[in-house]
Ligand binder design. Structure first.
Ligand code: AOF
Ligand code: ZN
Length: 363
């Protein structure tokens, strides 16, 4: 059993907090004595104990002289809880192995510095890449105060998200759809266009069998305030819904949305549409650290055009739908030349049941 083994354990503990810690990071910690884990802990929910404190509290033996593995640099600031480094120093832990430095400007190296000043050996960088991936949302949000934006789409082999008549249930298979719900669990908010609400009337809730679910905030892009008053987003848990309109929307519609219990964000109109930059900034101010864009094609293209997307996840099903009028995942006007095509980086391809998942990042 080596450093990587124990850090892997810290990372998988961290993952258990997924969906419950935002806008804070996912953090796990293990304490090792003579090659054996004697304590584990993770950050379970926003505002709660940090992982290091939970691990120390859970120790079944004296932690004096032991090594702690934690996927994020221990904090050095007074936030909602006192600094973890104080507790670590007091506990007599001899060595701390950290996967990555904390990007939070309030910590950013200071935690490591304090540990070292107190004679604790610190090693940084074990499974750094994995740790950064696990906390990609936190890293973007803590630095920019803007949400990490994931665009998700499921399409047929010939690139359609529905038939020409609009039949879209289901293009991808069950496994891919279940992964879609894991993504919903991971983010603070899910965004769709008003046309999706009008045609599909989705609930946009999270449905997972094995784990406890939380429902993300639902955001409808609705420039002219056309969301039907009878729609599910306005009638099932409406306080979890934000309707983003422009100042072109009728006052009585805005009033009706609010009376239903939804929140309304009014943005300036940009070419008769919601000003996405304005909206994203507003969502960041509301501590929404992550957003899953669930299309359609016009909405997807608008986000890409504005350079707002951080990560793209597409599922491809081995089915051929055909039809020049069948919708595709990215519409709008598209790019003119191939050299202007939006290219993904760090691409990962995974088989999922009969489907393929392709994910990658945008600069
Ligand atoms: C967490 N959980 O396990 C660790 C964190 O506002 P606070 O006091 O909860 O502090 C949040 C900051 O603490 C967070 O941005 C990160 O920099 C640091 N570490 N946070 O929520 C944890 N270890
Ligand atoms: Zn802490």
């Amino acid at each position: 059993m080596n450093d990587e083994y124990f850090m892997k354990r810290a990372l998988s503990l961290a993952e258990k907090g997924m969906g419950f810690t935002s806008s804070n990071p996912l953090v796990g910690a293990v304490i090792v004595k003579n090659g054996k884990i004697i304590a584990e802990g993770y950050h379970e929910s926003y505002g709660g104990n940090h992982a290091e404190i939970n691990a120390l509290n859970n120790a079944i033996e004296d932690v004096y002289g032991t090594t702690m593995y934690v996927n994020l640099e221990p904090c050095s600031h007074f936030g909602k809880t006192p600094p973890c480094v104080n507790r670590i120093v007091k506990s007599g832990i001899k060595k701390v192995v950290v996967a990555m430095k904390d990007p939070n400007p309030e910590v950013s190296g200071n935690g490591i510095k304090i540990l070292k000043e107190n004679g604790i050996e610190v090693e940084v960088g074990i499974l750094k890449k994995e740790a950064e991936k696990l906390n990609e949302i936190f890293i973007k949000y803590i630095i920019t105060k803007r949400p990490f934006i994931i665009m998700k789409a499921g399409m047929s082999l010939d690139g359609k998200i529905a038939t020409r008549t609009g039949d879209s249930r289901w293009v991808t298979d069950e496994k891919a759809r279940e992964y879609g719900h894991i993504l919903r669990q991971k983010v603070s908010a899910i965004l769709v266009g008003v046309n999706t609400v009008i045609t599909d009337d989705p609930t946009l809730n999270t449905r997972l069998n094995k784990i406890e679910c939380k429902d993300s905030i639902r955001i409808v892009l609705d420039s002219h305030g056309r969301t039907p008053i009878t729609s599910k987003v306005l009638n099932i848990n409406p306080s979890n819904t934000i309707i983003a309109v422009t100042n072109l929307a009728a006052d009585e519609n805005i009033k009706a949305f609010k009376e239903k219990g939804a929140e309304v964000i009014i943005t300036p109109a940009k070419n008769h549409k919601v000003d996405l930059q304005f909206l994203i900034e507003e969502l960041g101010n509301k501590k929404i650290d992550s957003l899953l864009i669930e299309g359609g094609g016009e909405v997807n293209f608008s986000f890409l055009k504005e350079n707002l997307v951080d990560k793209v996840i597409f599922f491809i099903a081995p089915k051929i739908i055909g039809g020049k009028d069948a919708k595709t995942p990215v519409e709008g006007e598209g790019v003119e030349c191939l050299e202007d095509a939006i290219c993904l980086q760090d691409v990962k391809i995974t088989s999922m049941g009969k489907n393929i998942m392709i994910e990658g990042y945008l600069k």
